[in-house]
Design a protein around this ligand. Structure first.
Ligand SMILES: NC(=O)c1ccc[n+]([C@@H]2O[C@H](COP(=O)([O-])OP(=O)(O)OC[C@H]3O[C@@H](n4cnc5c(N)ncnc54)[C@H](O)[C@@H]3O)[C@@H](O)[C@H]2O)c1
Length: 378
């Protein structure tokens, strides 16, 4: 298959969808790889790195879209890319269709095959192509919390791990899923006194079993959260209710009970945030202060560490991309049920129920789209 990797043009996006190692694997499988010049630069990969891996470099984004049977990307196509997408072209990337009607309409009109990273789903309902970014954001949340606790940044002036004779900082993590677990590991590793709250007793039992002694678990409820925010230095929001807006678990009135210089890191900001005072921020202006409490609410935290994020993302996406390239999208989605869940829009038809519902569009069962023309005449 001819595979194209355009340079990401969305603001502040420095990740790339294929590493030189991934390109080499693709070439080994007999595929032809075209990379747009400087596509890997933001993640530390040069054009030469890709050429050594057996890929060819094309000068413009138009060239890449024009030649490729499959486009592998990181972020959803933006408006200037819509017209470059061809009928029957496979697009494998994050789309987040349900929050973007113009994109949905444009992809329907393009008659391309849109496989969305975010809806590829395992039998246990986990989302293997979202997990790596939660891992990055979870680990980063502690780094950011530690940084903004410093006095220079307006923080309470506490060192996360303390020193001999001085107790460590207290970190409260609300939500013990992927983000929360990674945050707890990092916080614990730095010596902080960590508490994770979750509503799932099963999850708390698991965390209690695997975490070191400086991580405690507690049931999540308003009473417990209200008590704990008064004494914790860093509070990390890491809840998720799939398909729903995050519940507001730290309310505005709780801020007045916190110490001045307490740091709130709302990783769940992309689902509306779990602090009532959360407003999405960017890496250019990551924080704001309300009632002497610092809020860090960056919606794309992994964007700050594109090298790590690219490697983490492509570790997860590459096996799927290779399967699509080796088998073609139809066969790959037939044999791989998880990948099939990634199909959102196929040749002008919406095949993902959540997307159809979001914009009152006709929904087509993915099976009928997949198996049409497989048995001609029937
Ligand atoms: N800001 C970023 O850059 C960034 C990056 C990656 C992920 N995220 C977001 O981080 C959030 C967490 O993602 P995840 O992968 O860890 O999800 P996850 O599903 O693995 O974990 C969510 C956890 O929240 C718990 N939970 C639900 N309601 C709760 C409540 N009332 N109190 C306490 N816990 C509760 C669940 O039981 C679950 O354990 C999501 O909103 C995700 O989109 C943001």
């Amino acid at each position: 298959m001819i595979i194209g990797v355009p340079k990401e043009i969305k603001n502040n996006e420095n990740r790339v969808a294929l590493t030189p190692a991934g390109a080499a694997e693709m070439v080994k499988n007999g595929h032809i790889i075209y990379i747009q010049s400087t596509a890997g630069m933001g993640s530390g990969f040069s054009d030469e790195d890709y050429m050594h891996a057996g890929a060819s470099i094309l000068p413009t984004i138009t060239d890449v879209y024009a030649i490729a049977e499959m486009i592998i990307k990181v972020k959803e196509p933006i408006e200037m890319e819509y017209n470059l997408i061809k009928k029957d072209q496979i697009l494998f990337t994050y789309f987040h269709f349900a929050s973007n009607e113009p994109l949905t309409d444009a992809m329907i009109a393009s008659e391309s095959i849109c496989l969305a990273y975010e809806t590829v789903e395992m039998a246990d309902r986990s989302l293997p192509l979202l997990i790596p970014m939660s891992e990055v954001a979870g680990r980063m949340s502690i780094q950011e919390g530690a940084k903004y606790l410093e006095k220079t940044y307006g923080g309470y002036g506490v060192l996360l791990g303390g020193v001999p004779g001085v107790p460590p900082a207290k970190v409260l993590i609300i939500g013990g899923g992927i983000v929360g677990t990674e945050a707890a590991k990092m916080g614990a590793g730095l010596g902080a006194d960590v508490t994770i709250v979750d509503i799932s007793l099963k999850r708390l039992r698991y965390l209690d079993d695997i975490m070191p002694a400086n991580v405690k678990t507690m049931m999540s409820n308003e009473y417990n959260i209200r008590e704990m925010v008064r004494t914790h230095d860093v509070i990390i929001g890491a809840v998720l209710i799939p398909g729903a807006v995050a519940p507001k678990l730290v309310t505005r009135d709780m801020l007045q009970t916190m110490r001045p210089g307490t740091v709130l890191v709302d990783v769940a900001v992309d689902q509306g945030g779990c602090f009532e005072t959360t407003v999405p921020t960017t890496h250019d202006h990551p924080t704001f202060v309300i009632d002497h409490v610092i809020h860090y609410c960056v919606a794309n935290m992994p964007g700050a560490v594109p090298r790590t994020s690219t490697l983490a993302l492509t570790n997860a996406t590459l096996p799927y991309a290779i399967q699509i390239a080796n088998m073609g999208w139809k066969k790959a989605c037939t044999v791989n049920e998880s990948l099939r869940k990634g199909l959102n829009v196929v040749k002008g038809k919406v095949v993902y129920e959540g997307v159809a519902d979001a914009f009152c569009l006709p929904y087509h069962d993915v099976e009928t789209v997949l198996y049409s023309k497989v048995t001609p005449g029937k």
